[in-house]
Design a protein around this ligand. Structure first.
Ligand code: ATP
Ligand code: MG
Length: 363
């Protein structure tokens, strides 16, 4: 069986460190590993519209931002197909058929959608499109026969839902769709990177992000203002590293060579944590170290982005070509789906013949 990746992001803003550690960095590694037969990366504009129907301009403007973030992190359009969801109308048709395989109560149980509804204060008036986006995501994944979806932990319920749809479809109509697997980050700090304010998730919607394209100064300011241990007031106080965002980010980003370069008095993160716990280590020192680590990661990305920003029409061309390829692949899956569901009437000679026979007999 071919190994195929499908993954993507909503164009509701530029991409941030959460996207980077949760999925984007991994995608680049997987792309360059050569282990995958095909890689599809989708800018989910149609999904972004499900909770931004009154602000389509925001979605429209952010498509290029997400594309620039992809390219500057190393997504290579000669190796991966980057496309825009709305340019592949076959995905809507697949969703329409999959909707018959999912109950309303099943959708209501999805914990990610539940918390997103709360966050967006949608309780009384949930847009139908938003409520059903897990089904549309199943269409996105299965349209490309994806086996693997590299994503953050919040996507687990979506993958579960997609697998259920695949099983129900294959049971009802015969083996047609591939059951996908989620590929979570190996490092547990990256499963759901917290915001700089210490809130559970760095998220565009919460305004607690460090963006991949932030300037060096903006990153430094964000880091210096980050949430730590509120009870660690004086240098000599013992501090907590659990739930301390600066340490969570260090777990996500720092490697032993960073200590050699920027903080040689400690051999590794465990030693740094030990000192913080005992007391005598100030937040500023740890934050300065984190800033150095992040700047090392982000400087090449920033520089690469500047280059792509010089040729915006070229980026749109990449998206157009990717969308054309995506359309062909999705059309082929849709054709298999229609055949399996026996709604390919005009290609179905058996149907036409048996109906002719029935009517012939009746006469
Ligand atoms: P929005 O607020 O518009 O929903 P978002 O910041 O949650 O935006 P998405 O576009 O919904 O971002 O997520 C895209 C991908 O990035 C998904 O795979 C998701 O799991 C991952 N991701 C987003 N935020 C984080 C995070 N803080 N930690 C780990 N992964 C994340
Ligand atoms: Mg999200």
């Amino acid at each position: 069986m071919n190994k195929i990746i499908l993954t993507g992001d909503r164009p509701t803003g530029r991409l941030h460190l959460g996207h980077y550690v949760g999925s984007l960095k991994r995608r680049v590694e997987l792309q360059n590993s050569g282990d995958y037969d095909k890689i599809y990366i989708m800018i989910a504009d149609a999904q972004a519209l499900t909770d931004n129907a009154d602000n389509p301009e925001k979605v429209r403007q952010n498509i290029i931002e997400v594309a620039l973030d992809y390219l500057s992190c190393g997504i290579d359009p000669t190796k991966s197909v980057i496309f825009i969801q709305s340019q592949v109308p076959q995905l809507c048709e697949l969703s329409f058929y999959y909707m018959n395989l999912v109950s309303v109560s099943r959708l209501q149980r999805n914990p990610t959608v539940k918390s997103e509804i709360q966050m967006r204060k949608f309780e009384g008036s949930i847009p139908v499109g938003f409520f059903t986006y897990p089904i549309s995501q199943a269409a996105d994944i299965t349209a490309f026969n994806a086996t693997t979806v590299p994503a953050g932990e919040d996507q687990e319920p979506m993958l579960e839902q997609a697998r259920e749809i695949v099983r129900r479809f294959n049971n009802a109509y015969g083996n047609t769709l591939i059951e996908p697997e989620i590929l979570l980050p190996e490092n547990s700090a990256c499963l759901r990177l917290p915001g700089t304010d210490g809130k559970a998730k760095m998220s565009k919607s919460l305004g607690n992000c460090i963006y991949l394209s932030d300037s060096e100064e903006d990153v430094r300011k964000r880091v210096m203002a980050m949430y730590t241990d509120p009870e660690h007031l004086r240098l000599e106080d013992p501090g907590k590293v659990e739930g301390n965002t600066v340490f969570t980010y260090l777990e996500a980003f720092c490697r032993s060579e960073h200590f050699i370069a920027y903080l040689p008095e400690y051999a590794n993160l465990d030693e740094l944590k030990g000192h913080y716990r005992r007391g005598g280590l100030g937040d500023v020192k740890v934050k300065k170290f984190l800033n150095a680590v992040l700047q090392e990661e982000l400087t090449p990305i920033r520089a690469c982005r500047k280059e792509f920003e010089k040729n915006i029409p070229d980026v749109y061309r990449i998206l157009k070509e990717g969308s054309e390829i995506a359309r062909e692949v999705a059309a082929s899956t849709l054709s298999n789906v229609r055949k399996a569901m026996h709604i390919d009437y005009f290609e179905d000679n058996d149907l036409i013949q048996s109906q002719s026979f029935n009517y012939g007999k009746a006469r």
